[in-house]
Design a protein around this ligand. Sequence first.
Ligand code: FAD
Ligand code: SF4
Length: 505
Amino acid sequence: MTIGIWVLGDQLWQRQAALQSRAEQAENTPVILIESLGWVRLRPYHKQKLVLVWSAMRHFAAELREAGWPVTYETAEDFESPLVGWIEANGITELRVMTPGDRPFLHLIQSLNLPCDLNLLPNNHFLWQDGDFAAWAKGRKNLLLEYFYREGRQRFGVLMEGKQPVGGAWNFDKDNRKPPKGKLNPPAPLEFEPDAMTREVMQQVRELDCPTYGELEPFRWGVGRSHALQVLDHFIATRLPTFGPYQDAMVTGEDTMWHALLSPYLNLGLLRPLEVIHAAERAYHKQALSLSSVEGFIRQVLGWREYMYGLYHHVEADYAQRNWFQHTQPLPAFFWDSTQTDMNCLRQTLRQVERTGYAHHIQRLMILANFSLIAGFSPQEVENWFHAAFIDAYDWVMQTNVIGMGLFADGGILASKPYAASANYVNKMSDYCKGCRYDPKQRTGKNACPFNFFYWDFLDRHRAQLKSQGRINLILANLDKMPPEELQAIRQHAKGWHEQHSYLV
Ligand code: FAD
Ligand code: SF4
């Protein structure tokens, strides 16, 4: 009996479940990694995402070879043909794979016609194991993050003093969320020059004969475990101490602010969530960092990230198709080409995504998703765009963040109310409005900001559904007070905007 292991592109950790299960017999266990060109034709991925994943896979294959595993590395149109050839050539009787985080990929694996047994091992890339989320969720009326996060703090003993949270509270958000006033000087991110292996992949991506998105160069992401560890150290030393205060702020030309830039590495398996959490907690104790910054960061990784993964596997498989508001507007062409919009906040953010594949959380949530929500774009089109455009996008993290958090298309499983906001929010939390041709204070007229008329139009269109949610009745009361002629003008603006924009079919 010969056991072979297929390592998927986002499972690049030497102790991931399948490799771990054969660690003692590494020399006698054939391993395969496959780059599938067919898979990248599914959507126009960001060029840097393709470089990141393929270069990280190649670097990981080299690491495995060094550690004694007999590794085969294939580039092919599909997954099945190289797998079958390798299984037959090595006389493999059992193919072992760590269960993928993404449901569509699991279905793909299960549909393969393989000449051996398939053994899927539980995924060990997350802190909460299979079944844990369901056990936690059982019997609960709502599945809000806050309770999940508190449970996580206790379960993994993070920032705890006995049974109590360090500092006497679970959440210090009130100390964060500062608007960007005055001159801020966020630290420069740690960047890497592409090595020979990465440059080879860049050439391959340059020559691809399928649609892609974004710019290939400059490519500055790390591509292996040692790079990922350097990014983590750099974050702890230069960004974590002031991570909290400007977590929600957006500043022109400052792509990353104090954000960690860790998601690409966490999502590939190059970093483990617990080592990231422990590094932050250690720094808190050793360097007496501010608790609001450290707790704010830990909540992202121990709370949000684990929660999104657990929820994705907990909800019904039709979650991706949810459309609570019945939004059907197609995505405007400017999402694929930032030069086509004159809205400064969208243009700056979209331009940044084209250049880097990255935008920080508030740009994703309060600029891109918020606008998509209030303008009524189809959740599935928006999700597809996010999935193609972002360096750290995977199905498990995309659906809950876009369908649930960003667009409220799940009707409130994840969030207690929609993250919908007018230009007021953008103007307060960014400097984008200063450089914009629209007026953030106007909701009608020729300089009216589209965030304003779409915001009120959204409330108007969905008044009944929003009322049933009960969380924004105060705002709905303001809508009720609006003079009918102004409401009519707002509706006209919203309709006119859609008529003037071009869409890719
Ligand atoms: P930081 O702000 O420094 O946060 C630290 C870490 O916390 C992140 O690296 C990430 O691992 C984790 N984290 C924080 N919030 C979330 C969250 N909501 N879900 C999952 N992990 C979280 N995250 C992705 O990893 N991939 C995506 O494709 C993605 N798409 C998003 C789309 C939308 C519409 C929204 C609202 C959020 C999305 N997020 C996604 C979550 C979050 O915005 C990113 O994880 C974060 O911006 C990554 O940058 P960072 O490492 O600098 O994060
Ligand atoms: Fe965005 Fe409106 Fe501000 Fe312009 S005025 S940057 S469109 S919110």
